[in-house]
Design a protein around this ligand. Structure first.
Ligand code: BEZ
Ligand code: FE
Length: 277
């Protein structure tokens, strides 16, 4: 293991992985080393570029904490999140498609009861989101947990607005006996992904547009079914074909219709996949 050079280093590292007890870890690390080395070789990575990469990843870590996940954002703008979601959720037609989780999910969002508004005190055009949660055979799923979250009228999520900020535009509810859910909230705009960190700077350096089409996030779960993480998008949004994080799927785009009282109404049914186990 002396005098390793650009032709022998890759095999040396892979050989050292030979004794990894966990077979899957061994496979993941072997492929990672192979592809990482191939990247450096094919790119003819310079030492200055290696240093810039280390500094960039350090900054991504420094901009990540319990409320902000800059690494998720990095994965999202590189298309890695969409690749991982799509190769793990290749579903038969008729089931609701999955898309990226994004960095703004909170596991302990407030329970919405008695018609409480998801938007809490945030101003905006009133919006009703409603529909059914069911199985592929049409059976209603009663008591399914529906978690919803979206940005406010300024395009910001509550957790982007600092520690101590009240939770708003997120909540949890359960479907009724017919599998129905109903959410009172506000209309959400298209918004640019966070530009004040290293990933935003990278998007700027790539002259890449940072906008996401207007959407509402959902996580829908029920015993005996695969948990669904998805969005509902607004038909006609100008960013549907240039989403900064590659998360748009045709089947998730629906009309957001204004009713006679000036309220936006979105109807969306979720169809869950039964768990294999
Ligand atoms: C979001 O929709 O919340 C989101 C998704 C990916 C990256 C940034 C934001
Ligand atoms: Fe979002």
């Amino acid at each position: 293991l002396r005098n390793l050079n650009q032709d022998t280093i890759t095999q040396a590292v892979i050989a050292r992985l030979a004794g990894t007890p966990d077979a899957r870890l061994k496979e993941v690390m072997t492929n990672l080393v192979q592809h990482l080395h191939a990247f450096a070789r094919e790119t003819r990575l310079t030492e200055a570029e290696w240093q810039a990469g280390i500094e960039f990843l350090t900054a991504v870590g420094q901009h990540s904490d319990a409320d902000r996940q800059e690494f998720v954002l990095l994965s999202d703008i590189l298309g890695l999140s969409t690749l991982t979601v799509t190769q793990n959720h290749d579903k038969p037609a008729g089931l609701t498609e999955s898309t990226v989780m994004g960095p703004f999910y909170v596991a302990d969002a407030p329970q919405l009861s008695g018609g409480a508004k998801l938007s809490a005190d945030r101003p905006g055009q009133p919006c009703l989101v409603w529909g059914r949660v069911g199985a592929i055979d049409g059976a209603a799923i009663a008591g399914a947990t529906v978690e919803a979250w979206h940005c406010d009228g300024d395009g910001l999520y509550d957790i982007q607005q600092g520690q101590g900020e009240q939770r708003h535009c997120r909540g949890v509810l359960q479907t009724d006996a017919q599998g129905r859910y109903q959410i009172q909230t506000i209309v959400v705009p298209s918004y640019p992904v966070t530009a004040d960190g290293p990933v935003g700077q990278l998007l700027g350096a790539m002259a890449s547009q940072p906008w996401r089409p207007a959407h509402i996030h959902f996580r829908v779960s029920a015993p005996g079914f695969e948990t669904l993480v998805t969005h509902v998008y607004r038909e006609g949004d100008p960013y549907l074909d240039s989403d900064a994080v590659y998360g748009v799927r045709e089947s998730l785009i629906v009309p957001w219709v204004e009713d006679t009282q000036g309220r936006c109404v979105i109807e969306f049914d979720f169809v869950l996949q039964r768990s294999l186990a």
